[in-house]
Design a protein around this ligand. Sequence first.
Ligand code: SAM
Length: 302
Amino acid sequence: MHTPVLFGEVINALKPGTGGCYLDVTVGGGGHAEGILEASAPDGRVLGTDADARAIQQAAERLSRFGPRVVLRQAWLDEAPSVARQLGFKGFDGILADLGLSSNQLDDPTRGFAFMRDGPLDMRFDSSRGVSAATLINTSDVNGLTQLLREYGEVERARQVAEAIWEARPLTTTAQLRDAVAGVARSRGRIHPATQVFQALRIAVNDELRRLREALPLLLEILAPGGRLAVITFHSLEDRIVKQAFRDATMNMEPQPGFGQGQSLHAMALPVNRKPITASQEEIAANPRARSAKVRVVEKLS
Ligand SMILES: C[S@@+](CC[C@H](N)C(=O)[O-])C[C@H]1O[C@@H](n2cnc3c(N)ncnc32)[C@H](O)[C@@H]1O
């Protein structure tokens, strides 16, 4: 089962309380949502959304004991605010986005996210819509593939890697893609050379960066005054977007006690931490996924 990262840090940051109303836009296996529901007992509510219908099913099973305190819907990050409005939710006291993949998705070879397991080259979070990684590869030219690898994977020698993929087409499985790049892609330290290539394709297939960029201001908008937005990122491309959006929302204000709305007429939020919070050595030892996790938190002004 997926182990939620920075669990204590997220609960501390969101401070869920009795009667509160929370939105988890990447509900996944429901680990963080469960913590929020427990901390806001007996009547705190959670709206959980996720692009992946299977994640919604898993969350429904895990959270069933909370009954009507939980509402779950399939939705992309940038669609979640309008879904919330349609369901009649008004201001949230806390919102969480825990980006990227869950272990449940990574460990399922039918989803095509992992190069260690052979399976169809799919990589869609929502497998009912959009174009799979195989279709994307098999219909792109070398220039398009090079740009995608550079932009979304920061892949070294992106052109050569793109050419190797292009020559190996048509590709239909994860093992074929892994083998196609094996001799060309460079490994970073102990990280497998295919890692960045798979990351780039997953981001492209799910249009992850555009969705994140568009979702952040919408999520800030549906926070209640005093409510907090926490975003967990796993790589620098995501973190850069969150950092910039939070900078814009806070107008570069510094976190300090007593720093209130009177001090900047234009800011809509306050930074809660000067620096992003990262996982402890103990957490990283127990859960290597936490190694690259960073959480940034802001608080909405009145
Ligand atoms: C790291 S997992 C979340 C795990 C969850 N916090 C838990 O404790 O079980 C990320 C989840 O976000 C979903 N996801 C990733 N990007 C998304 C996006 N742009 N829109 C909607 N869901 C997304 C994935 O389908 C996945 O289930």
